[in-house]
Design a protein around this ligand. Structure first.
Ligand code: IPM
Ligand code: MG
Length: 358
């Protein structure tokens, strides 16, 4: 029997609650297949700072690199907002991504039919949306030098090199080949030199994927088009900060940011995490929606471990829980038959997983 080593980084706020539910579902799926999981917990974020003085202890990097995949909850909270920048939970996360080399952040936005009424947009606009934001994750303005501030000036640098653009573009085109073969690359080439390089390099890489249709769009227009007619998009390829913003926007198409998973992948290892944050305001109340994290665990099975059938099983179980009318509080007003807690939702999905045949 194969045992997969999973690093669990629960983090802050609702992180521990939602990871516990994903583990419940993973153990349930393992019981149906010929594999098993062994978990090792590692600290990161505010909780790591409180215990070790560092939001990203070296041990966390070691444990992560030594596993088959990392399942990540969420980090941060107002409690740590006033720390010097390098001690803040967010800095730990950025360093973590860099150390692990996870340059490609895959953020699918899918609208579940059962929840078309939950979106702030009209049902006919969002029904059938199924897009994927492919965001560059370890370059751009988040990491560019020089950066700094003094009393009267603050500055950051948006820089991309040709190899950085090439590898994320390849990733986007490869993903497009498994979907509807369309890539829309998002930039601000009408203003930024870095974006013109981005556009030129993406256009070059596209020549290696003649079946994929490439289009380009300015980021301001893309933000508008995403809510005007989101179905026009399939793969949206973007740099770090534009992808950060557009993926939050895309998440609202689905009705709740509590539904959407993500994968951050690179040459070494992948990190699987919900796209939402640590929601300190609702932490510990048992009302967080664990679906984004459970769906992230499914992405982990699919992309990191190659357990496609097990991943499908989890995705089906999530859909079934929604179509039977189970809702956590964030979605309670949308066709709920029963409003359930974080752990009830986890158990419902875990039970469906254990029952369905493969
Ligand atoms: C995200 C988050 C992070 C980011 C923060 C917490 C550093 O917003 O994963 O989208 O900006 O990348
Ligand atoms: Mg973000």
């Amino acid at each position: 029997m194969k045992t997969y080593k999973i690093a669990l980084i629960k983090g802050d706020g609702i992180g521990p609650e939602i990871i516990d539910e994903a583990v419940k579902v993973l153990d349930s799926v393992a019981s149906c297949y010929d594999f098993d999981f062994s978990y090792e917990e590692a600290l990161m974020g505010g909780c790591a700072y409180d215990i070790t003085g560092d939001p990203l202890p070296q041990e966390t990097i070691n444990i992560s690199l030594n596993s088959d995949a990392v399942l990540f909850g969420a980090i941060g909270g107002t409690k740590w907002d006033n720390l010097p920048r390098e001690k803040r939970p967010e800095s730990g996360l950025l360093r973590f991504r860099k150390e692990l080399g996870v340059y490609a952040n895959l953020r699918p936005a899918v609208v579940y039919d059962e929840l078309v009424n939950a979106s702030s947009l009209k049902p006919e606009i969002v029904r059938g949306v199924d897009l994927m934001v492919v965001r560059e994750l370890i370059g751009g303005i988040y990491f560019g030098e020089p950066k700094g501030r003094d009393e009267n000036r603050g500055w950051n640098t948006m820089v991309y090199t040709r190899p950085e653009i090439e590898r994320i573009a390849h990733q986007a085109f490869k993903i497009a080949m498994t979907r509807s073969k369309r890539v829309c690359s998002i930039d601000k080439a009408n203003v930024l030199d870095v974006s013109q390089l981005w556009r030129d390099v993406v256009t070059e890489v596209a020549k290696e994927y003649p079946e994929v249709e490439l289009s380009h769009m300015y980021v301001d227009n893309a933000a508008m088009q995403l809510i005007r007619d989101p179905k026009q998009f399939d793969v949206m390829l973007t740099g770090n900060i534009f992808g950060d913003i557009l993926s939050d926007e895309a998440s609202m198409l689905s009705g709740s940011i509590g539904l959407l998973p993500s994968a951050s992948v690179g040459a070494k290892i992948g990190v699987y995490e919900p796209i939402h944050g640590s929601a300190p305001d609702i932490a510990g109340q048992g009302i967080a929606n664990p679906i984004a994290t459970i769906a992230s665990a499914s992405m982990m099975l699919r992309y990191a471990l190659g357990e496609i059938s097990a991943a499908d099983k989890i995705d089906e179980a999530i859909k079934r829980a929604l179509s039977e009318g189970y809702r956590t509080r964030d979605l309670a007003q949308f066709d709920a038959k029963e409003v359930c807690s974080t752990s009830e939702m986890g158990s419902i999905i875990a039970n469906y997983v254990a029952k369905c045949k493969h």
